[in-house]
Design a binder for this molecule. Structure first.
Ligand code: XMP
Length: 172
């Protein structure tokens, strides 16, 4: 695997995002929603960098189903989603690739009448976007390569790596 983004660079970017988010949401009721499973690492680091009282919830979205294939239909499990009526919602995921997963989550969140909804991701594969929407907060733009680490998996492995690495031909 080829390392793309080192752990220290991720940590300083997450702290920077946390400070920006705290400035922008100060005085407003904020709920941060992590997208399982890939968003679990970013959401746990990010909420500790946002120096505000906030609530945390989770939603489960699946599309890749554990393999490095193109995304199919997106399935949402909303069992862990708290009441977000009259709250400002920040949806946090690992990566914005085609954008279909975040779009499906945000469409669902909007049906629950929050005050506002924004998206935050660590990685953004800008050239793959298929929808007319962009994440409000992002850490790093990356080329169209399959990446693992910091929540991202291949066959449900490598999520716990503190850095982001690109899988190369022989790694699959
Ligand atoms: P979309 O295309 O809906 O994809 O924006 C978002 C979800 O797909 C997964 N994904 C990846 N997982 N390496 C991964 O391990 C990748 O390069 C990659 N690209 C997309 C991921 O679960 C994300 O939430």
């Amino acid at each position: 695997m080829k390392r793309l983004i080192e752990a220290a660079d991720i940590q300083s970017k997450v702290s920077e995002l946390g400070r920006r988010i705290a400035d922008e949401y100060r005085g407003r009721p904020l709920t941060v929603i992590g997208v399982l499973t890939g968003g679990v690492v970013l959401v746990s680091d990010l909420i500790r960098s946002i120096d505000l009282p906030l609530r945390v919830g989770m939603i489960h979205a699946s599309s890749y189903r554990g393999k490095a294939t193109s995304p199919g239909d997106i399935t949402l499990d909303v069992e862990l989603l708290p009441d977000i009526r009259d709250r400002h919602v920040l949806v946090v995921d690992d990566i914005f690739d085609t954008g279909r997963t975040l779009a499906a989550v945000i469409d669902h969140i909007r049906t629950a009448n929050p005050c506002s909804v924004r998206g935050a991701v660590l990685l953004w594969k800008e050239r793959r976007r298929e929808i007319d929407w962009e994440p409000h907060y992002f850490g790093f733009k990356i080329p169209d390569v399959f990446v693992v680490g910091y929540g991202l998996d291949y066959n449900d492995e490598h999520r716990s790596l503190p850095y982001v690495a690109a899988l190369e031909e022989g790694d699959f």
